[in-house]
Ligand binder design. Structure first.
Ligand code: T4K
Length: 369
């Protein structure tokens, strides 16, 4: 049986990367801000339309670095409907995650719920552009300003997405992207931190290199968050192809929308009206009218070799590491709980074949009803 997974990493032809590898082999500069690192940093800043971008090892470390660079203490309001790394990064930065409910349409954090969760201990808001779809950035900006809070976006899914023509990662004090294998743009493992100003970028750049300022001084408790030359060289080759890859993703997305149109109880999620999406995921809501539960559908697909995923179930606030804390239970998180019960992410990647996709659509159309 031909297995189809929720995603399949995009890669350049090996020949496109080999000259860079030869360069690395001959220079013996493998890491610590080498030439490929510098080139990818500037190329990505240009591509994403931002001024201050720092490469890092992955988005989890990127979030930890961002939180450290902003010198925060206390509670950080975040969404429970996310990958566990979001809350883990808050904890690793010595802060306390407080979970607020999400919006029923976008499944992104609900600004009204954020406002209700603000206490004298709140220092920041950390929303996630879930599936690469924009948060209510204006409302969140307003809240952050009104209450003197920092705003850090987990933009792990948001590579290349635009809102009203503006790069989604340009919102907030800091945004953090993931370049993990499963993402729209990958460097095997990797990430980037987008800062609002030069001073924050400098802090991030020092902190990702142990806090080193020069040979004799170290400022701040840094860590090793540097992207190595191999990943940076791969990133440059990926960058040449990423627009074509997003265009292929768009075609897969369109075929799903057409093929699933009119199936009762199966509701594809989508971007908000002013977005240019990146087609990172294809989440569908499986409602009672479908006649089969989300979990039964996932199991039926899996029995046919189709590995759709329940991003994000269980909620982070229900995981053993967070469950039972006052901050995890400060609100009922009703919408988030329902979202976690409904969503199934279908396979979506640039080279998902038409016949494979037709098979998935067929299984979804001719369900138990
Ligand atoms: N914030 C958010 C909102 C995130 O979603 C994530 C990561 C982060 C922060 C942290 O970013 P990083 O620190 O990772 O940069 C995957 C990814 O491992 C994780 O990066 C991602 N979110 C999350 C949503 O998805 P899993 O547990 O689903 O991964 P896995 O290994 O089951 O991969 C899914 C499928 O992808 C596999 O069935 C097959 C395919 N695959 C995967 C890999 C790794 C490949 O074909 N090749 C591969 O190398 O978490």
């Amino acid at each position: 049986m031909n297995n189809i997974y929720v995603t399949r990493p995009e890669l350049p032809p090996l020949e496109a990367v080999l000259p860079s590898l030869e360069e690395i082999w001959s220079s013996r500069v493998l890491t610590n801000g080498g030439a490929f690192h510098e080139r990818l940093e500037s190329a990505l800043a240009r591509r994403l339309g931002v001024a201050y971008l720092s490469l890092c090892t992955n988005a989890t470390v990127g979030l930890m670095l961002a939180l450290r660079a902003l010198d925060l203490r206390g509670e950080v309001i975040t969404t429970p409907f996310t990958f566990v790394a979001t809350a883990h990064a808050i904890e690793w930065a010595g802060l306390t995650p407080v979970f607020a409910d999400i919006d029923p349409i976008t499944f992104n954090i609900d600004p009204a719920a954020v406002e209700r969760a603000i206490t004298p201990h709140t220092c920041a808001i950390l929303p996630v552009h879930c599936y690469g779809h924009a948060c209510d950035v204006e409302a969140l900006d307003g809240l952050a300003q009104a209450h003197g809070l920092k705003l850090i976006y987990d933009a792990a899914h948001a590579f290349g997405a635009l809102l009203r023509g503006r790069s989604l990662v340009s919102w907030g004090d800091v945004s953090v992207l993931s370049f993990h294998a499963t993402k729209v743009f990958n460097t095997f493992e990797g990430g980037a931190i987008v800062s609002r100003d030069a001073q924050t970028k400098q802090k991030v750049d020092r902190l990702k290199n142990f806090g080193i300022v020069d040979e004799t001084s170290v400022e701040g408790i840094g860590l090793n968050g540097k992207m190595n030359e191999f990943c940076a060289a791969l990133g440059l080759a990926q960058l040449d192809r990423v627009d074509a890859a997003i265009a292929l993703r768009a075609r897969v997305d369109a075929r799903y929308r057409e093929g699933l149109d009119g199936v009762p109880g199966l509701v594809p999620m989508g971007p908000t009206p002013h977005e240019v999406p990146n087609y990172a995921y294809f989440p569908v809501r499986v409602l009672p009218a479908y006649g089969e539960s989300r979990d039964a559908l996932q199991a039926r697909l899996r029995s046919q070799g189709i590995h759709a995923r329940r991003y994000f179930c269980p909620l982070v606030s229900d995981l053993e590491a967070y469950r039972g804390r006052a901050s995890a239970a400060s609100e009922p998180l009703t919408v988030a709980r329902q979202a976690a019960d409904e969503v199934l992410c279908l396979p979506l990647y640039p080279d998902l074949g038409e016949s494979d996709q037709a098979r998935i659509i067929d299984l979804l159309r001719h369900g138990p009803h």
